[in-house]
Design a protein around this ligand. Structure first.
Ligand SMILES: [Zn+2]
Length: 1004
């Protein structure tokens, strides 16, 4: 039997000490048992619904710290939840060795990088000898692979380890070769010149995994418009708005920068650009030789000819022009570019600058060439208007950037070209932009330039990345329109959790173009048809979820000789193509085995849920979609993507310099796996950054201890009382607790189905705890036999522990073993379902009434400082209840009802006509109702007869206790009968309102 905790705190502490959980042995015991019972090994069970859940596999280039744990724990909670819902869940794990991170790290070890060696030693406690061995990349990978695997086991992840692999396994390489040959056959891999993010030091393309801080290099395509000087030199200016060339009034040069005069041999042209731009041009495949240097101020005042309008424009000085931005020159379009407008005004007003540069006068005027909804009419200068709107004072104002973006996007979507743009007059800007661009490109008056828009991006080797036009490079053609179309189709049919992230996916699918898929260095699989190249890490990790099916067979060396596997085997197993007899003989496998693997694939595929951090939306998760639709038939396209935010430590980003990187395994050892798991998930919903703190961990641990204690008491007593199990004695508060429990089950199930895990964990840990405490308080106050609460508490614990199980699997199994007397995991007990019959609105209303009365009572005692001898409760008169119900049904969902209308209705009805004598009371009732949550209003609507007297009498002892005088006498009268009782001498009864009895204290 479960006894009620004694109220005395000292007792509680003693009890805690006695039963303190030995986390280490509990965790070891269950890890061992789960493994022996093979609970997480999933094989096809054709009579059972399957659920295939995967999470982005880790890079074993460091051990996992707290920050890594969230995504994996979330996936594990999801997997465990689905198992308890009755699904046959497959949850496997692999390890990603491919690419440059591990290689880069071994180079840093070889060069005795102090920072890195110290991290290995001081933060991760890697033995010194082992660190020395890290000059070999594979040693790093295998060491941390093992560390991560141990950490995942210690955290209780319910993985099917039979399917583990690494991406440099020989058979995985065969699988990747098959993937690439398949994509190439479909024409999705192309060779050519395309821009890529590039590390000049490593001579290698770079993507997110190769950069410091994991930033994906992002670049834009600019149009370089060629303005010609009288001496034949060209000044190119980079712009994203070539259509505004008709409004160009001048060029900007930074007078303090040194520029270079260069010869572009490949074009046979002479250009003037900043030194930085000259380097960028080389990476964009131009043959550049430098002829001489020229200071910016020497160019001020020179005239340059607009290649489209043939007007000669002056070059003016401006300090906002940066050497590393574009070419170091800017085409000035003051009517449409706030920067240009502001700089021109600044120059016009600054005579000393004009004098310094020998400018006689600055006469140019903005020329508007676009009109749009917000900016149209004669003499309207859009940039002038928006500068006024943002109240921008000069060209250094930071708001100018915002104004620029707003105007650009407004004119792009809503603008039309004006008649002064010749044949483009009247054309939408979005269309004119492309037409003008291609016309000037065709005529040779413009060129293309790619520029990083999120620079500086640094390679892991420390070098700043650039955009390089790469020749003969192999690309996955994510720009292919048919392919994009399929990817969108897949996304549209997929569940994205949380839904708000879908837009980001749509944007990325549209934005992705050709992407370099091979590198010259790094670990990985060679491109099957061009052995000089190694397939890069974001291209060999897109359909590996299918490989988990094969891995089970491959890992058992006795089953398949991997040397014999050919493409035809992958075609058959993964695509259902080919003749089984031929494939079997080609690969030297039995047809039966081949068929078995195929069956297993069709059973578990597609992926039902893919988990990952939010940072993988623009690359991995989008490639995952693209490659699935390219290779697999529709029935095998993924069903769901779940994205989560990152983890902060006590509100701060985790970083070595802050010293707040905590290795996961250390944290588990010290605080227990269950508490760490819960603390990672309970602080935030999916997209928010989770704020991890050890205070939360400790708080959760003590809650888990309470649950454990309850389980232990239940089990020690249950054997004795089994024979004479007390007849179920359901009092009001028992009905209440069971009803609350049903609501919590319903709410928590809904939360879990949407993966709102913070909400779910909160219900299980905190809300139920709150309910339990109330229950115990009520039972204690009534001096009930503890056996009389046993049945209710057993049901409560049994249900709560099943909801807790996905989050805190170790303690849940430990408690379950005790209370259920079984040795099978709680997983098989299943997720509880809410029992409608046990939802009891009268009990809920009753307990709510008692809680409210205690609150009011204590307030009165505090304010009046009365030590009550008698406490009188006046319950409401019957007519008020009628009035209340009438108001409730008329204002139910409104937030701002009309008082006059309500009064009219009440007076019309003879049952409630009394309301006209007490309009104040009616007002108060309306206020009462509006301040109640919808849930409460809903419940009261359904409540037929509610007698307030019953709960007050039931809680008589508790009310006295809480008043401060446990001997206070409790008296209850109805407002309807007070005249006769003589107990309303102070005329308090008239203040009673429905659900708000009036209270009167007497101190003698
Ligand atoms: Zn590098």
């Amino acid at each position: 039997m479960i006894s009620i905790n004694n109220k005395n705190n000292g007792d509680n502490k003693k009890k805690g000490e006695k039963n303190r959980i030995d986390w280490k042995s509990v965790e070891e015991k269950w890890r061992d048992r789960w493994e022996k019972q093979r609970i997480f090994q999933a094989d096809p069970d054709f009579g059972k619904k399957k659920y295939f859940i995967t999470v982005a596999y880790p890079y074993p280039n460091s051990p996992q710290h707290i920050g890594h744990g969230r995504t994996y724990t979330l996936a594990d909670v999801h997997a465990r939840y689905m198992r308890m819902k009755g699904y046959n869940v497959l949850f496997p794990m692999g390890f990603h060795y491919t690419g440059t991170p591990i290689l880069a790290m071994s180079r840093r070890v070889a060069s005795l990088d102090k920072d890195l060696l110290e991290t290995f030693d001081k933060v991760y406690h890697v033995p010194k000898d082992t660190i020395t061995s890290f000059v070999e990349p594979v040693k790093i990978a295998s060491y941390f692979h093992n560390e991560i695997r141990l950490g995942m086991k210690e955290l209780g992840f319910s993985l099917d380890w039979r399917r583990e692999f690494s991406t440099v396994d020989m058979i995985y390489s065969k699988f990747i070769s098959w993937q690439f040959r398949t994509l190439r056959k479909k024409g999705l891999i192309v060779q050519g010149s395309h821009p890529v993010g590039w590390c000049p030091n490593d001579q290698n393309p770079v993507s997110q995994h190769d950069t410091i801080g994991d930033v994906e290099p992002a670049f834009n395509e600019y149009t370089l418009i060629k303005f010609r000087l009288g001496d034949g030199y060209i000044i190119p200016t980079a712009t994203l708005r070539p259509e505004t060339i008709y409004g160009a009034t001048n060029l900007w040069v930074n007078p303090n920068i040194e520029y270079v005069k260069i010869c572009l041999i490949d074009k046979d042209e002479r250009w003037i650009v900043s030194k930085e731009a000259a380097k960028k041009l080389e990476f964009l495949d131009h043959k550049v030789t430098i002829e001489s240097y020229v200071l910016g101020n020497e160019l001020v005042g020179t005239l340059a000819k607009n290649p489209v309008t043939h007007v000669s424009l002056p070059i003016y000085p401006a300090l906002f022009v940066e050497a590393d931005n574009g070419t170091g020159f800017v085409m000035s379009v003051p009517a449409h570019a706030p920067y240009d407008y502001r700089a021109l005004e600044d120059l016009k007003n600054n005579f000393s600058i004009q004098k310094e540069f020998g400018l006689r006068s600055v006469e140019v005027k903005p020329i508007a060439v676009i009109e749009s909804d917000d900016y149209s009419g004669i003499d309207v200068i859009p940039s002038k208007q928006i500068i006024n709107k943002f109240n921008i004072q000069d060209q250094t104002d930071t708001e100018i950037e915002k104004a620029t973006n707003e105007l650009y996007s407004h004119e792009f979507y809503k603008g039309k070209m004006l008649q002064n743009t010749g044949k483009y007059g009247g054309m939408p800007v979005s269309e004119a932009k492309e037409k003008v661009k291609s016309e000037i490109l065709m005529s040779g008056d413009a060129d293309i330039m790619f520029e990083l828009i999120n620079k500086p991006v640094r390679c892991r080797c420390g070098t700043e990345c650039v955009v390089k036009l790469l020749n003969d490079q192999w690309f996955l053609n994510y720009g292919d329109t048919k392919w994009k179309h399929l990817a969108h189709e897949c996304l549209n049919n997929m569940e994205i959790v949380p839904e708000e992230i879908r837009q980001e996916f749509n944007y990325v699918l549209d934005w992705l173009r050709e992407r370099a898929c091979a590198r010259k260095t790094g670990l990985g699989t060679r491109l099957p048809w061009d052995q000089d190249w190694i397939i890069e890490s974001l291209s060999d990790s897109v359909i590996y979820m299918a490989y988990y099916i094969l891995a089970k067979y491959v890992n058992d060396k006795s089953i398949i000789d991997v040397n014999n596997l050919k493409d035809s085997a992958f075609d058959y197993v993964l695509l259902g193509r080919g003749d089984i007899v031929e494939v079997a003989s080609e690969c030297n496998i039995s047809s039966a085995l081949l068929e078995q693997i195929r069956q297993e694939f069709t059973y578990f595929y597609p992926v039902d849920s893919r988990h990952s951090g939010r940072d993988l939306v623009p690359n991995h998760l989008s490639f995952f979609i693209f490659n699935h639709v390219a290779i697999f038939d529709r029935e095998n396209w993924p069903k769901q993507i779940v994205v989560n935010g990152s983890v902060l430590m006590d509100g701060k980003k985790m970083s070595k310099s802050l010293g707040n990187i905590i290795p996961l395994r250390d944290a588990i050892k010290e605080h227990s796996a269950d508490a760490i798991r819960l603390a990672m998930l309970i602080s935030a919903e999916l997209l928010q950054d989770a704020d991890f703190s050890f205070d939360t961990v400790k708080g959760i641990r003590s809650k888990l201890q309470d649950i454990y204690d309850m389980g232990m008491e239940s089990s020690t007593n249950s054997s004795q009382s089994q024979t004479k199990r007390a007849k179920i004695n359901e009092e009001l508060v028992d009905r209440w607790l069971l009803s609350r429990l049903q609501r919590t089950i319903a709410d928590t199930t809904m939360s879990m189905d949407k993966l709102r895990v913070r909400e779910a964990a909160h219900n299980i840990i905190y809300s139920l705890d709150h309910d339990l405490q109330w229950y115990e308080k009520r039972v204690r106050a009534k001096n009930r036999e503890s056996s009389s609460a046993q049945s209710t508490l057993s049901t409560f614990l049994n249900t709560r522990i099943r909801m807790l199980a996905p989050f805190a699997p170790f303690i849940s199994d430990e408690v379950w073993e005790k209370i259920d007397n079984s040795s099978t995991s709680i997983i098989f007990a299943g997720w509880p379902s809410a029992d409608e019959d046990k939802m009891d609105i009268v009990a809920e209303e009753s307990e709510q009434l008692i809680m409210n009365l205690i609150f009011d009572l204590q307030k009165i005692v505090r304010v009046t400082r009365i030590n009550p001898k008698k406490i009188i409760f006046y319950t409401t008169a019957h007519w008020k209840l009628k009035v209340y119900n009438k108001i409730l049904s008329s204002v139910f969902l409104k937030s701002n009802p009309n008082f006059g209308d309500i009064m009219k209705q009440l007076i019309k009805d003879p049952e409630t006509t009394k309301a006209k004598n007490d309009s104040n009371m009616v007002r108060k009732m309306i206020e009462d109702i509006l301040s109640d949550p919808i849930e409460t209003r809903n419940r009261r609507l359904r409540l037929e007869d509610f007698d307030e007297r019953l709960p007050i009498e039931d809680a008589r002892n508790l009310l006295s206790l809480e008043s401060g005088n446990e001997h206070a006498e409790i008296l209850v009268y109805s407002e309807d009968n007070t005249d006769q009782s003589g107990y309303d001498q102070k005329h308090k009864a008239k203040f009673a309102r429905p659900f708000k009895p009036a209270i009167y204290l007497i101190d003698r």
